[in-house]
Design a protein around this ligand. Structure first.
Ligand SMILES: CCCCCCCC(=O)SCCNC(=O)CCNC(=O)[C@H](O)C(C)(C)COP(=O)(O)OP(=O)(O)OC[C@H]1O[C@@H](n2cnc3c(N)ncnc32)[C@H](O)[C@@H]1OP(=O)(O)O
Length: 228
């Protein structure tokens, strides 16, 4: 059922783009990341901002007029990689080709999964600190991947977070996670987030292995939506 999912713990240098589309998109996504990060701290003049808005709208129009592919299933159906290869590009937290992904880098050593990320000004909640919702998002993605080590990955059922200290922006954040136990379709995972050697947040997640293939999720969800 989940055989085709990308192994999130491949060495980073082996996670090469599956097709030329992703190779180009990675570069564009990084440029957009850099642009939005610069925007957050820029005090350019209103005229400079207006000029850049115009220039960006024109660039967006070019993308909109290009051939389009929608969603993970769309990319796999278009031959742009397996479900797993596409995931490593479009995932909203770790996707190389998704400019909203910080991105989060993950690897495994023994029974523990690790991740590293640096959250810039785009993610500010309390002054100088990472917004709590983004801390939760990092845990959701990271614990979601850590449960793969158990071999029975599922969807997030419950995520409980203890915010112990404010999490600073613009420093390397270190995450670690491990599987506590599995019961039937449920996998219990724990994790922590550290900045400068201080634990700023802890998380417990319960992941539930779905009864249907995750690749069929889109069609199942669409069927559940009311007409209209
Ligand atoms: C597959 C790899 C993807 C990895 C990415 C993970 C990161 C994500 O963001 S996932 C997206 C966020 N999560 C979701 O959208 C999930 C939405 N929820 C669902 O789809 C369903 O409720 C789902 C699949 C979690 C469980 O549904 P279902 O399979 O019908 O559960 P059900 O048969 O009622 O219960 C099975 C067991 O799980 C337990 N359980 C059900 N829901 C929950 C829950 N939310 N929290 C804790 N336990 C639960 C039940 O108590 C039951 O336990 P037991 O066997 O001991 O009685």
């Amino acid at each position: 059922m989940l055989e085709d999912l990308h192994n999130p713990f491949l060495p980073l240098d082996e996670r090469t783009p599956a097709t030329p589309l992703w190779e180009a998109k990675r570069e564009l996504a990084q440029a957009v990341r850099d642009y939005t990060e610069a925007l957050m701290t820029s005090a350019a003049t209103p005229k400079q901002m207006a000029d850049m808005s115009q220039w960006l709208r024109e660039a967006t129009a070019q993308l909109e007029q290009s051939p389009r592919i929608y969603g993970r299933n769309g990319y796999t159906e278009a031959g742009e990689g397996t479900f797993g290869e596409v995931f490593q590009e479009v995932g909203p937290l770790c996707g190389h080709s998704n400019p909203i992904a910080p991105p989060l880098e993950m690897w495994a050593e023994g029974d523990t999964a690790y991740a590293r990320v640096n959250m810039g000004w785009r993610y500010e909640g309390p002054p100088g600190c990472v917004h709590g919702g983004f801390v939760a998002a990092l845990f959701d993605e990271f614990l979601g991947m850590a449960q793969f080590m158990g071999g029975h990955p599922g969807m997030t059922g419950t995520l409980s977070i203890k915010y112990r200290r404010p999490t600073p922006l613009n420093v390397p954040l270190e995450l670690s996670a491990w599987i506590e136990r599995s019961e039937g379709r449920k996998t219990f995972v724990k994790g922590k987030l550290e900045a400068n050697g201080v634990v700023t947040a802890e998380c417990e997640g319960i992941f539930i292995r779905p009864t249907q293939p995750v690749t069929e999720l889109r069609d199942a969800v669409m069927k559940e939506q009311p007409e209209g």
